[in-house]
Design a protein around this ligand. Structure first.
Ligand code: NAP
Length: 299
């Protein structure tokens, strides 16, 4: 039997990340493939400690990291190299340590696009929209630009200044049209949404255990969806959110957040190990776990 001492170590860097599904995902994959590896959580209390953590990782030979909120940008100055994807949005969600040389990647971009590829023809040259102005929204914008090529991306945000902040330094902002979520109450806003081939929720609205005044980022009961659309919710707990249930009832195709969760993890797994993640084994374990009543918010 392999002892812990001989295992390669991987982990998640973030803050307050006890809730994360990443250990379950990667340890299930390591076990299924019989690999002598273990994935754990490194909860880092403040941004000031991130540099120390990465210097320590080089010294300890930790093989790789996932990176999550709030450190996806914070890690960048401490890395030796960035992949073109990570460079394009200035954010890293995966780090690989090759003999002390740390390279940052961003697998959220390809991971977001993967479940949409079957609809690529329907998306190319058409308008799409994204709700949210955080890092996940920017990864989705870059995924659309590089892999799916819509004519434009409507970015629905509460505050247009925040959209400007998000897009500052992004090299392709001409693709993005910031819009206010409040405009959905106006006929033009509703019409813009109805004309989109894909609608993406990149906010936490709909996550189990939250107490937001709304249950879906798209107003319910307004007939805003139709069968020609794909509605994509990055939220993965619950498996079917109110947004997805409404979209499905209107005949739209739906993509649940668990698909992105698995796709981005599979790409990280390949970068670290050179092996394909056994995604069906991972999906069935995750479905079983997330399907359970959530003890707390898993955002
Ligand atoms: P973030 O940086 O915290 O951004 C969240 C965004 O949601 C903010 O821009 C916030 O806008 C917006 N928002 C919150 N409530 C809103 C509302 N009522 N109306 C409009 N906008 C609202 O988070 P993130 O990293 O971008 O992630 C966003 C979500 O995607 C999270 O739930 C995360 O778990 C999920 N995610 C899933 C995957 C996956 O693999 N499935 C991957 C990445 C992220 P304000 O700035 O106005 O507050």
């Amino acid at each position: 039997m392999t002892t812990l001492q001989t295992r390669k170590v991987f982990g998640l860097i973030g803050r307050n990340v006890d809730y994360s599904w990443s250990p379950l995902i990667h340890n299930t994959a390591f076990e299924a493939l019989g690999m002598p590896c273990v994935y754990t959580i490194f909860d880092i209390a403040t941004p000031e400690l991130v540099g120390d953590a990465l210097r320590g990782a080089r010294a300890l030979g930790i093989q790789g990291f996932s990176v999550t909120i709030p450190y996806k940008k914070v890690v960048v100055p401490f890395l030796d190299e960035l992949s073109p994807e990570a460079q394009s949005i200035g954010a890293v969600n995966t780090i690989v340590n090759e003999n002390g040389r740390l390279t940052g990647h961003n697998t959220d971009i390809a991971g977001f696009a993967a479940p949409l590829l079957p609809w690529a023809d329907r998306i190319r040259g058409k308008r799409v929209c994204i709700f949210g102005n955080g890092g996940a929204a920017l990864a989705a914008i870059e995924a659309f630009r590089t892999l799916l090529r819509p004519s434009s991306v409507l970015l629905f945000v509460r505050d247009l200044h925040k959209a400007d902040e998000l897009l500052e330094g992004y090299g392709h902002r001409e693709l993005v049209v910031p819009c206010r979520t409040g405009d959905l109450d106006l006929p033009l806003g509703s019409q813009q949404l109805q004309e989109c081939s894909v609608i993406v929720n990149a906010t936490p609205i709909g996550t189990s255990g939250r107490t937001d005044p709304i249950r879906s980022i798209v107003p319910t009961g307004r007939e805003l969806f139709h069968p020609g659309q794909v509605v994509y919710d990055m939220v993965y707990n619950p498996l079917e959110t109110t947004l997805l249930a409404d979209a499905r009832a209107a005949g739209a195709a739906t993509v649940p957040g668990i698909e992105m969760l698995i796709a981005q993890a599979a790409r990280a797994f390949f970068i670290w190990t050179g092996r394909e993640m056994p995604v069906e084994a991972v999906r069935s374990v995750l479905m079983r776990e997330i399907g359970q009543p959530a003890p707390s918010v898993r955002g």
